[in-house]
Design a protein around this ligand. Sequence first.
Ligand code: ZN
Ligand code: ZN
Ligand code: FE
Length: 762
Amino acid sequence: MLHIKIFGIVQGVGFRPFVAKLSAACDIKGTVANKGPYVEIFAVGEKKNLAQFLHDLRHKAPERANITKIDAHETTDRAFDAFSIIESEKERGDVLVSPDIAICEQCRAELFDPRDRRYLHPFINCTQCGPRLTITEAVPYDRCRTSMGDFPMCEKCAAEYRDFFGRRYDAQPVCCNECGPEVYIVGKEICGNAAITYARKIIAQGGTVAVKGIGGFHLACDATNEAAVVRLRKLKRRPVKPFAVMLRDMLIAKRECEFGSAQEKILDSPQKPILLLPRKKNSAVAESVARENPKLGIMLPYAPLQLLLFAMPDGEKVFDALVMTSGNPSGAPIAKDDEEVAALLPLCDAILSHNRRIRIRADDSVTDFVFDKAYMIRRSRGYAPLPVEFADDFKGEVLAFGGELKNSFCLAKNDLFYLSPYIGDMTDIRSLDALGDSVKLMQSLLEITPRVAACDPHPAYHTTNMAKSSGLPLFFVHHHHAHILSCMAENGEKNPVIGVAFDGTGYGDDGAIWGGEIMIADFAGFRRIGAVDVFLHAGGDKAARECWRSAVSLIFALGLTDEEIFSVAASLNLAAHAETKAQLFLLRRKLNTVPSTSAGRLFDAVSAILGIRRASTFEGEAAMYLEYAALNAKNDGSLPPPMKIIDNGKIFTLSTLDLFRRLLRRKLDGDDTAALARDFHVSLADGIALACEKARAATGLNTVALSGGVFQNTLLTTLTTQKLREKNFAVLLHSLVPPNDGGIALGQAAAAMYALKGNKIC
Ligand code: ZN
Ligand code: ZN
Ligand code: FE
C-alpha cells in the first residue's frame, strides 16, 4: 500500500474527484482526504498500476492544480472494498488558497445551452472554474466561509455538489438560477437578465456602464466607438494612458492583434490576463483606446457575466470589443461594492452590480511578452496568491510591505512566498486602508503570523511607516537590492549575481537617489560596483511627471553656460524661457536638488529632448513613447560608438552623460528622432553589457539579473539580454513577478527570511 501526500494548490480545483476517477482507471482501491495543507491518499493495487497512478497524479492533474511536492512511501497494507473520498479534520500547515479561475469551456457551453438548467446564469461555475480568492473570507475553503455562504444551495445543486463523479463535486461556489446570486442595476428596479440587457443597450448607444466583475468593478464602453471612448477619457480624466480592451472571443482577438500560439495560450489561459500585443493595421478598436501606441492590451471574457454582456440573446445590437478599465476613482483602489462604486456615478450611465460580495480586491493582471514567455507588468487576478516557491531550508514567517507605487505585499512562510494581489499607489489614503485590510485577511487565510516586518528604508514611504506601526521587528531591504533579490528568488537563484537595477527612483545609502545601479548581490547583502553618471536633479517629485525638468537638469550637468542652455531649451521647445530660468535657479543654488543616478529620469530626459514627450500624464509615459519611437526606427545595421566605462577607483560609471550629449547634438543637427531613440536603447544595452564584463573580470561571477521598472521596456530588456548572451552570460529575467515595484515585496521577504535563518534578526 502506498501512503501519498500531495502538497500545493489542491483545494478548490477538483483535485479529489480527479483522484477518484484516476483510481478507477488504474484499478486502485483506497481513500483520498483533504487535510488542508495537503491531500492524503492511501492506495492499494498492483505494483504496475500504482506506478501508473503516481505518474498520472502528477501529469494529468487538473489544469489549475499546482502541485509543489508529492511524498509517497510504502506502508502496511489495509483492506479496502473500493476507492472513496473521505472527510477528515484539517491539519495546520501551508494552506494554499487557489487564485480565481476563468470560466471553463464546459460551463461556457452550458451557459448558452437553452436546455441546461443554468442557461444564462451569470454565476455558473464548477470544480474547474469560478471565483476563489476574491470570495474567500476564511479557511478551510468551504462554502460557509465564502461569499456564497449567503446563498444556500437548492436541492439540485446540493445533489451535484455531493456527486462524486460529477463536474461540481465539492465546488463551493456552485449555484444556479434558482439559488445563486442575482445581478441588478443600482438605483433601478431592474434585475436578472433584464439588467444585463439594460446595460447592453446603454453600451450599444455609446454609454458607459460600471460592471461588477470577479475582483472589482470595471468601467465598460464600446471600444470600437471613438466618441464613447473619448467621453470616458474625459470623465475619467485620463487623457492618454491606454485602456484595456476585452474582446468577445479569440476570433476577434486575431482580427485586432498580431500574435502566435505562445501568446494565444496566455490569452486563453485560466488566468485570462490582459496581454500586450502588437495591434493590426486594420484594427476596429478606436484610436483613442491606445493612441499612437503600437500595442493593445487585450483580454478575453473570464466571468460568465462578461460573456452575457457580449452575447445575451436579447436581440440588442452586437458589439465585440469593450473598453474594460478598472473602476476606481483616480488614485483609489478598484471599487468592490455598491458603496464604493457610488463614487463612479459621475463617470458612467449605469451600474450593473450583483449581490455576491467581493472579499479581496483583485485587478486584472497585465503581462507583456519577452523571449516566448509572459513578462508580468501587474500580477493580480488569476495569479495571486499563488506562491513563489524558493526553497533554501527557510524557517519562519515574514510580512514584507513592498514599495510605495504599484504596491503589493508578500507573506512568506518557510519556502513559500505569497505575493498579494495588486493594491495600488500608497500615496492615497484609500489604498493604504485597502493594504491594511488585505494584509489582515491574507494573514488569516494563509494562517501566517509574521515574526518580522520587512520594508523599504525610504523614510517617507507610507509602507515604511505601516511596517513601523505593525509592532514587529523591522528588517530594511534597500530598494534596488530588493528588486534584484525578487528576480533571483523568482528564478530560484541562491548564488551571488551581478545585479542590474534600472529603475525610477529608490533611496540610496549615500543620500542620493539611485536608479541606474550595478551591484554584486546575494541574499546576505549587496555591494554597489557601478552606476550611470550621477547628475544633479532639480524639481523633486514633480519632475517625475515633468520630464522637461529632468532634461534641463541633464543639460545643466553637461557644463553648458546659462545662455547656451536657454538657446538649447528654446530650439528643442523643451520649456518656456521662464521655466528654464526657474530650473536653472534651483540647480545653480542647489535648492530642491539631489544627486541622482536614476535611469528612469534619464529616459524621461531623452524623451523630452527628442521632442517625444516633454511631460507625462501617467507614470512612465515618456519612457514608453521613447521605446515606441525606437521600434519605428529602420535598423540599418549601423552601430553607435561604444559607451565608455570609467573606473574612478570606487565604482565604475557608464558614461551616460556622453551619450546624452551626443543625442542632444544630433537632435539639434536635425537627425531622425526614431533613429536617435534606437541609438539610445542600443547604446545603453551595450553599456550595461560592457559594465557586466568589468564586473565579471573583477569577481568571476557569470550570472546577471535584470530588474527595476526601467526593464518593463521590452526593447531594452531584449537588447540587453541579447548583448549579455553574446558575451556568454547567464541572464535572469522576470516572468511571473513584475520587474517594477510590484515585485519588490518578494525580494524583501526573501532577504528577511534569509536573515531569520542566520539568526540575524531576533
Ligand atoms: Zn466550469
Ligand atoms: Zn441551485
Ligand atoms: Fe523600484
